[in-house]
Design a protein around this ligand. Sequence first.
Ligand SMILES: Nc1ncnc2c1ncn2[C@@H]1O[C@H](COP(=O)(O)OP(=O)(O)OP(=O)(O)O)[C@@H](O)[C@H]1O
Ligand SMILES: [Mg+2]
Length: 318
Amino acid sequence: MLQIDHLYKNYGKFQAVNDLTLHIPKGDLFGFVGPNGAGKTTTIRMVCGLMLPAAGGIMINGVNALLHQKEIKKQIGYVPDFFGVYDNLKVKEYMDFYGSMYRMSSREIERISDDLLELVNLSDKKEVFVDTLSRGMKQRLCVARALIHNPALLVLDEPNSGLDPRARVEMKELLLNLQSMGKTIVISSHILSELSEMCNSIGIMDHGNLMAAGRIEEVMEGVFGSNQLIITLDSGRETAIRVAMEYPGVKISSAGEQEIRLSHTMTKEEIAKMIGAMIANDVVVTGFHKQEGNLETLFMRVTGKEEGGQEHVAESNR
Ligand SMILES: Nc1ncnc2c1ncn2[C@@H]1O[C@H](COP(=O)(O)OP(=O)(O)OP(=O)(O)O)[C@@H](O)[C@H]1O
Ligand SMILES: [Mg+2]
């Protein structure tokens, strides 16, 4: 659906996007993450045809976006990271205004904007002035107007910033709903827990470079490895380590009194055998599980901010 190839963008000498190659399949809900200044907005603006790259290619639905800007704008709905002020415009007029920019007939605009306002739960606000809406409502209105021309690709730049928890849940439900309607969605955000709940694929950017991208599980596996095991025990640590070392590829990562972490190349059967052998040797094993990462630890690992970097995410949770 969206194919970005070797994309570059610089502001003077500053390289904001550096050799970005990324493929987002149709129907994906793709989360674009990265610290402040990583280059997300710059990338999004190039994809939406608002800024030209220094080099590289962007294909949307098989169409060269850089050569056919007009055509491409019909395929994209863009929700920017700021909301312009529209004095003296009512919600309905606001939708009319955007519809007419796409040269839609007034009847068509009315029908579609009624449906869209219902979709974003603003049907009862049609006659209300836009600048009196709450921030969450404005964001939802922004999504509605980005959809007025029925684009296949919806791109949202931090739609959740400044929203309260309920408004964020509503936004998440709206995006999942749109995905189920067949839209491909790209969303940039700093709220990692939310992205991991709704996105099926992600890209992590840092200093203009794409550090990792793909299905969330695959990216996790690539970064953390699938072969990390945590064994919890009440006693018999030394014996447990001795037994474990006899099994394929085992390396002890850490060994506390009640928890041993190890990497390995064992099959499931071999893991079961190893745990059995530990128990047979009087180790009191209380549990064992595969080490699972979450998006936050993944982000820290990939952007190299694991130590002392926690404040970054907190600070970015604007
Ligand atoms: N118009 C501009 N002129 C000069 N530098 C710019 C311009 N726009 C962005 N930059 C720089 O390019 C880098 C990438 O900015 P960008 O806005 O794409 O980051 P971002 O990932 O969207 O960050 P944030 O999470 O804060 O929104 C930053 O270092 C920024 O200062
Ligand atoms: Mg940005």
